[in-house]
Design a protein around this ligand. Structure first.
Ligand code: GTP
Ligand code: SPV
Ligand code: MN
Length: 596
């Protein structure tokens, strides 16, 4: 098949990879529906995917990964910079020369008898000044079909790249999905990603975490912009004005849900609307007017299925009703549709659970077992989302009024607080901690530090990343800089119940945040920053769920607990040695002094 480009840097890179991988055939992904449809048919015939009920879920497909390959693998995700110090204490590192050799030895001849798919893709609207181009080669049709939803693919991308060498090299080999030889390697200094022995989302859709966060965060540091694990949403007030917020929460901690929230009834009646620009990743750059602008580099949602339902997130559910690929959910054999925990209260009786065991779903649940994997996901086109923003394709992005950090903390972190200024806000992001989730292999529910929700995604030394945040702040007029906040939807009472209803009701907190940005509401200064007066969070309509007293208790700052927290922060900071920005060390001293 003829190449879709004459770009020499691409053609010579592909020649080398053909020599290494020995594909039987090469197929360029041109972005046409015709080609994608032929690939879907082929993957259905081989059993790689299964077509779902065309009446109920038109254009939707089902896929299972190997049971040992269901989440990101952080221990096997490496940053391969020349110097170990440049990967920093929070990343796993390998010398690039050693890593290339190891990976090429694993990958040699991996495409023998198989097809090499070449996917040209753009992260961000094609041709946008904030967008960047990548090429992923893969031997998996599932990867091609997912990339075609999650990114903009095809010839038009090669046309805008022209002869440029500014593109990210991505090589994926499924191999035999051997967990002992599974590696997800980023070479930030070479714009290169190599992923072997996996077929799970975040490990193999190389445009997503590997490029748009790990490689892009490094590019951003060198080029003066930021790549963040942040959703982008627009809030339209009754006057029709829209303000945008970027929010960083760790994996499976509520970004997709917040990005598409449905306002509570009282807000809808007044005319409030929420628009989704993105649910996972933001690329952020200063605009000509001195404000920060964000684009969503993705073109779809790779969302957590369990817990998504008509009440918690109707917009996400609606997004999955056509043209969607479901991975590791359960199959309803009666009508060839899908099911997951929390979709509704009726698990299918005639079911296949996520690994393919035929079972009576009701009995299976009664035994306390899951039908869908806790990290099962949907890959849905962004255009399907009923509340997709009219600015989604805007090549310049949207202006950001506030940054919001947040984690999953049963104790300690209050519902919301505001930083005193930019550097204090960077401190607040840097001290984030959250209970681990099923999005990564390993234990679930353990509190760990996850600065800016970037722990698994920062492509360089986290100390330098913090410095980059501080330097961005230095270039901004404080009047125009986004205000920085922290939220926690996950506080629990002594019986283990969530103290805040969350989901759509989180708009009540965002309203306070925007009022703070506009100087429309007072706040109380505490040891950790500005907290709302309970009376200033609107709880109308939450009678029986939240009272002024319960709100006060989710807004408290327990000085003893925070003093312990400060010790934990000091321990974490100590890992960074002289890479810890002095501004953050000073913020920690201020916190300690405030707690005395
Ligand atoms: P990634 O795609 O992994 O980056 O995750 P995400 O941050 O987009 O997570 P998502 O929105 O899919 O949330 C995952 C889990 O958080 C689900 O189990 C939700 O039910 C739960 N969740 C989301 N928002 C809230 C909330 O406001 N309150 C509570 N209690 N749970 C929430
Ligand atoms: C996450 O884990 O934060 C995700 C899913 O968004 S993955 O693409 O697997 O990284
Ligand atoms: Mn994510």
């Amino acid at each position: 098949m003829a190449a879709l480009t004459q770009n020499k840097s691409i053609l010579s890179w592909l020649d080398e990879k053909v020599d290494l991988l020995k594909p039987e055939k090469i197929v360029w992904i041109d972005g046409s529906e015709e080609q994608l449809e032929a690939l879907r048919k082929e993957a259905c015939e081989s059993g790689e995917i299964l077509k779902l009920n065309e009446d109920l879920l038109p254009g939707c497909y089902y896929h299972r990964t190997a049971p040992n390959d269901v989440a990101r693998v952080e221990d096997r995700t490496l940053i391969c910079s020349k110097k170990e110090e440049d990967a920093g204490p929070t990343n796993h590192w390998m010398d690039p020369e050693k890593a290339y050799k190891m990976l090429y030895d694993i990958a040699r001849d991996a495409y023998k008898g198989r097809t090499m798919y070449v996917i040209p893709y753009s992260m961000g609207p094609v041709g946008s000044p904030l967008a960047k181009v990548g090429i992923e080669i893969t031997d998996s049709i599932y990867v091609v079909l997912n990339m075609a939803i999650m990114t903009r693919v095809g010839k038009k991308v090669m046309d805008v790249l022209g002869d440029s060498n500014d593109w990210v090299r991505g090589m994926h080999c499924k191999c035999n999905v051997d967990p002992e030889n599974r590696w997800i390697c980023q070479f930030p200094e070479d714009n290169t990603i190599i992923s072997v022995n996996s077929a799970y989302g975040g490990n193999v859709l190389l445009g997503k975490k590997c490029f748009a966060l790990r490689i892009a965060s490094y590019q951003g540091k060198n080029e003066g912009w930021q790549a963040e694990h942040m959703l982008i949403l627009g809030i339209e007030n009754p006057k029709g004005e829209v303000k945008y917020i970027c929010a960083a929460f760790p994996s499976a901690c509520g970004k997709t849900n917040l990005a598409m929230l449905i306002p509570p009834e009282g807000y809808r009646a007044k005319g409030y609307k929420v628009w989704c620009v993105g649910d996972d990743i933001s690329w952020i750059r200063k605009g000509e007017d001195g404000r920060l602008y964000a684009i969503n580099p993705e073109n779809g949602f790779f969302g957590v299925a369990p817990g998504t339902n008509e009440k918690s997130n109707p917009n996400a559910l609606a997004s999955t009703k056509k043209g969607t690929i479901f991975t590791n959910v359960a199959l309803n054999l009666d009508n060839n549709t899908v099911w997951w925990e929390g979709l509704d209260k009726n698990p299918p009786v005639n079911a296949e659970e996520w690994t393919g065991i035929k079972t009576n779903g009701v009995e299976w649940k009664a035994e306390g077992k899951n039908l869908a994997h806790p990290n099962s996901r949907f890959t849905a086109p962004a255009v399907n989302c009923p509340c997709i923003s009219s600015e989604f394709e805007n090549p310049q992005g949207v202006p950001i009024s506030a940054f919001v950090f947040g984690g999953r903390r049963a104790k300690l972190a209050p519902l919301v607080y505001q930083s005193r200024d930019w550097n204090h806000g960077v401190f607040v992001g840097s001290i984030m901690a959250s209970e681990t989730t099923a999005a990564a292999a390993g234990a679930v529910g353990v509190v760990r530090r996850d600065p800016m929700a970037m722990l698994p995604f920062c492509g360089y030394n986290m100390g330098d990343y913090w410095k980059h945040w501080i330097e961005i702040g230095e270039t901004l007029d404080p009047e125009k800089a986004p205000k920085i906040f922290n939220v926690n939807w996950f506080r629990k009472d002594d019986e283990g119940n969530f103290m805040w209803p969350g989901f759509g009701d989180n708009l009540r907190v965002l309203e306070w945040i925007l009022k703070r940005c506009d100087g429309e509401v007072d706040a109380q200064e505490t040891a950790i920053g500005y907290l709302p007066y309970a009376k200033d969070i609107n709880i109308e309509g939450l009678e029986g769920e939240v009272s002024l007293e319960s709100l006060e208790s989710i807004l408290d700052v327990d000085k003893d607990l925070w003093a312990k927290e400060a010790e934990g922060i000091a321990e974490f900071y100590a890992k960074f040695g002289d890479k810890l920005p002095k501004e953050l060390a000073a913020e920690l001293e201020t916190l300690k002094a405030n707690l005395k």
